[in-house]
Write a protein that binds this ligand. Sequence first.
Ligand SMILES: [Zn+2]
Length: 309
Amino acid sequence: MYVLETDAGPYLVDAGWDTEEGWSALTAGLRALGTRVEDVRGVLVTHSHLDHYGLAPRIREVSGAWVSLHALDAAGLAQFRADPASLSAALLRRAGAPEAEVRKALDDIGTRSGQDAAPPDRHLTDRERPDVPGWDLTTLWTPGHTPGHLCFWEPRHRLLLTGDHLLPRTTVGMHQPRDETDDPLGDYLETLEPLVRMEPDLVLPAHEYRYTDIAARVGEVRDHHAARTALAVSVLREGPVTAWQLAGRLRRSGSLEGLRGFPLRATVSRALVTLAHLRRLGAAREVPGPPPYWTATARLQRCPGVFPG
Ligand SMILES: [Zn+2]
């Protein structure tokens, strides 16, 4: 998380996990800056994931600060209240996982119930100027990682706060496609060039470390997705696959062997996201199941060489 100092009091970008450990780290950090959590005036949350939104309602309770989030992600908060086990089961079944694997995944999750999170006070959309005195902040709507992810641009100091949108090392995952036309990866890729054109002096991500060369990082991220997409195309050209099977083929080891819990769900989710992207490009088609599987379209079969490109 980041602190924006103002004469009126501190404003925060992101809030951290809602745990006692998170709370102690936050209060100690603010004390080290000579301020207090009680003085916080606003909490600008980049997206709905609970390692970002988690403490925002508690900070509001002790300080009276407003909490903001994009409307699409405010809707997404409700999803965490739902039963996470059935969400995971739905994801794996949709990917065509064998029923034994679905049951194993449910065992991993156990009976943990979803966390409740109070809603934000303000909804921010693209190119808004949140009210943070002394700072010239503009929101940039950057969907992909979540439907309503926001970055914040500060032209005076040439700072770009990227949340989970662009981390220096990890290539972030995308949200699950919400319907047959949704393409979270395509939306994500479209946001990258405008961010490079901002020419920030410093990029402030929500994880890992700050960095300066956004063009180089965007190049790496593009290469990563292009390579995965090309690999998925070559698998589809061999014949129909389930997303579960594709997820294995996209791994270096060529299989999902040994994967469990969150890494397994994330890997399967990424395969579904790649397939949704190929569907939007007109290269893949989903055939309803069970299990649902994916085939190359006639357009892809006709297209020589590498696709897309
Ligand atoms: Zn996230």
